[in-house]
Design a protein around this ligand. Structure first.
Ligand code: F0G
Length: 462
């Protein structure tokens, strides 16, 4: 008999979680102004808000915490991390930052100016935020298949090379500071980018003399998909695939809270010494001296260990198969989810789930709130609220898709939790026609509004 897949680790420490009643959740949502970011974590039973900084560290990572070197300058833990980054990604230069968006802030301070264009594959919201904050434009060149939740394209994070070349041709290289490739592409569902596509993007970047950077938050998950789906790499190890991916990158920004499997941290990896020196100045101003830059020594040591663990094939099998297990439970019930299932999350297609709710009433947010009400499960809206207003017209932007992301923290929940989540969403799906209205905005920030937005429920007119 073929042995089933099972976790490549066992549990050494647990944290209790608590159920609540529907009445409690209704009241908590009212108090939270219908913004799931405003809930206290005790009010959540299963937290799928994000896979960022929410993973469980291994016993070896905890051991590294104890041996961290907290020297202000020249910390041993810094050098341990530096060597690990060189080893895994091949970058000579690296700067630690407190998280991914800080890496973006430092790098973009060097490179992005007003009026610039930054093409990429659906930049993550903080990346887009940091570009737009500098009065530049993030241009999405993802392949069209990414916006069709039923398409089973194996690399839906890929860039459309024709769209990219049009952008590169449209302006002089001084106004296109770099191309940003996000691997995996979070916005479109944790979808991978193939090496073939990376090579194509690299070729264009060389043709037009524009550097290529990788937003690398989920680089190991991307490598796993390449291993599974790209013929050329079937027999290769994950570390070999990662090396091949990064051969084509001039640099990387990293949110270590994802595929670093740590609770906080980030970094920049670079090849160019001149850019490294320029970025160092901003790093010292915004983050801290170059050998800690916003991280404790112990956290750098735990990150070095996490980066080694995340490229272990057994770990990645466990991780991505769990996400796919949840995805298949939902798909089997006919619930519309982004296909194929991505690496870190299941994305529910809210426009198909609640087709009768008006887009102006924030369909994905409506669905995310219903899932919380049903069973205390917290997902996140990836839709019109997150898309922000157009920076020029100040009109609401309605992206092609409205999704609820159920992001699975690394090494935290078991497959019985996945069964529970699937049952809860099935219940919401069954009563979907009884959900009659969405929400309107009471208060919002000018940028990255979804974090702090306040909403009110629109009364149903009978
Ligand atoms: N890039 C990507 C692709 C991300 O998913 C994130 C964060 C960042 C950059 C920024 O990193 O949070 O460390 O500052 N994504 C989280 C999420 C917040 O929930 O997907 P950060």
């Amino acid at each position: 008999m073929l042995l089933p897949n099972c976790e490549s680790y066992k549990i050494k420490m647990i944290e209790p979680i608590y159920q609540s009643t529907k009445e409690q959740r209704l009241q908590w949502l009212r108090d939270a102004k219908y913004n799931l970011f405003n809930l206290r974590s005790e009010q959540v039973f299963i937290d799928l808000l994000t896979d960022s900084g929410t993973g469980a560290m291994s016993d070896r990572q905890w051991a590294e915490l104890m041996s961290g070197d907290e020297s202000y300058a020249g910390s041993r833990s810094y050098y341990k991390l530096k060597d690990t980054i060189k080893d895994i990604f091949g970058f000579e230069y690296f700067l630690p930052t407190h998280q991914g968006r800080a890496a973006e802030n430092v790098l973009f301070s060097c490179l992005v100016k007003a009026g610039d264009k930054v093409p990429g594959n659906a930049h993550f919201d903080t990346t887009k935020g940091h570009i737009e904050f500098r009065k530049a434009t993030a241009i999405d060149c993802t392949i069209d298949e990414a916006s069709d939740s039923t398409s089973v394209h194996p690399f839906k994070g890929n860039i459309d090379l024709i769209k990219l070349e049009q952008v590169l041709k449209s302006d002089s290289p001084e106004n296109i500071p770099f191309i940003m490739l996000t691997i995996t592409c979070n916005t479109f569902g944790g979808q991978p980018v193939s090496i073939e596509n990376i090579r194509g993007v690299h070729k264009l970047s060389r043709k037009y003399g524009i550097p290529l950077f990788f937003d690398s938050a989920r680089f190991a998950e991307n490598a796993w998909f390449i291993h599974e789906r790209e013929e050329e790499f079937r027999g290769k190890s994950i570390p070999e695939i990662v090396k091949e991916m990064y051969r084509y990158a001039d640099g990387m920004t990293m949110s270590s809270k994802k595929d670093g499997i740590v609770n906080i941290g980030g970094f920049i990896g670079l090849r160019d010494e001149k850019l490294y020196k320029l970025a160092s100045t901003f790093n010292i101003m915004f983050e801290g001296f170059n050998t800690y830059g916003g991280m404790a020594g112990r956290d750098m040591a735990a990150l070095a260990q996490g980066l080694k663990e995340v490229i272990d094939k057994d770990y990645l099998d466990t991780r991505i198969r769990q996400v796919h297990y949840l995805g298949s439970l939902l798909t089997d019930e006919g619930i519309p989810v982004q296909q194929p299932i991505g690496g870190h999350a299941v994305f529910i297609d809210a426009l198909k789930f609640l087709p009768h709710i008006k887009r102006e009433e924030f369909v994905a947010q409506t669905l995310a709130l219903e899932i919380y009400l049903e069973a205390g499960i917290r997902g996140v809206e990836i839709g019109a609220l997150m898309a922000d207003r157009d920076p020029v017209s100040r009109e609401n932007r309605f992206p092609q898709m409205e999704m609820v992301r159920l992001a699975i923290p690394r090494r935290v929940y078991t497959n019985s939790h996945m069964d529970y989540i699937a049952a809860a969403i099935k219940n919401v799906y069954k009563r979907r026609e009884s959900i009659r209205s969405g929400y309107r905005i009471l208060n919002e920030a000018p940028i990255l509004r979804h974090f702090t937005i306040e909403l009110e429920k629109i009364p149903v007119i009978k």
